[in-house]
Design a protein around this ligand. Sequence first.
Ligand SMILES: Nc1ncnc2c1ncn2[C@@H]1O[C@H](COP(=O)(O)OP(=O)(O)O)[C@@H](O)[C@H]1O
Ligand SMILES: [Mg+2]
Length: 317
Amino acid sequence: MDATTLTKQLPFTLTGTDFPALGEKYRGKVRDTYRQGDRLVLITTDRLSAFDHILTTLPFKGDLLNQMAHFWFQKTAQVVKNHVLDMPDPCVTVARRADPFAIEFVVRAHLTGSLWRDYEAGKDPYALGLPKGMKKDQAFDRAILTPSTKAQLGAHDEPISAAQVVQRGLASARDWQRASEAALALFAAGQAQAKSRGLILVDTKYEFGLIKDELILIDEMHTPDSSRFWVAEGWESRFREGKPQVMLDKENLRQWLITERGFSGQGTPPAIPDEVRVSLAQTYVTAYERITGLTFSAEIGDVRARIEANLRRAKLI
Ligand SMILES: Nc1ncnc2c1ncn2[C@@H]1O[C@H](COP(=O)(O)OP(=O)(O)O)[C@@H](O)[C@H]1O
Ligand SMILES: [Mg+2]
């Protein structure tokens, strides 16, 4: 999909939804989640967040994100059970409601992002005990888990060590153990799939919950919002030469905010110009196409009306 098409969709982006017939609504940063008993309807909007602020919307981001998550949920259903029941619209997932752990299970294969910034500053909030002298973006021998607490809306997630997760009662020792194993198994599956598509799954975040004592993968999966993806070709020479990686994820936006606007989460977030919105949307399209091997297509027009029609067709409203 080209920049012209994405630009034409700018006036139609989905900022939010209001479908009271779907149940009780929770508005997250990106998704509007409706609950009715054991069933959730998750609508992925076009909202874009960074540093825990909602900044703007991007054309077709909801379609792209939800369909990418769906792709991965299907690919890994044999590895770990997930919450998905149905996808009645490109933006909508019907799911089983789980009792979520208030933990983000972050798995990393490279020393980059916030972990690199901590490491450089001599901090070790996850009690990892990494060797001295590692370089930015360096690959670990094996993937590591760096959990954080899942903060309420408006607050920032905080790093937490594995021992503290259990001590603070965020998960039992058994649940921590099996969720950690599940996270690492999903990550290995994601790495293999990414590699086959010429990409590197650098790091990602999972959320898990329980349904009748069964561990279930919930929320989203391996999307550019929850993960870093690098282009595999040439990554090692870029690393050796200390050059930035070719990134297919939200890190592009974070870099733009920091370098162009001096914004890294504190104070009032800046306005995002339309050219930047279109170019970010293009990154999501590229990620979608590279990951799934499919060509992205969507009709220009009112996303809300389309969702409403599809919800009716699925007899959800
Ligand atoms: N199957 C599920 N059961 C219970 N909660 C879920 C499930 N799937 C996702 N969630 C929750 O729904 C919300 C999804 O919306 P999102 O925009 O990601 O919110 P947030 O700003 O909290 O990240 C998240 O809080 C996530 O934890
Ligand atoms: Mg979320």
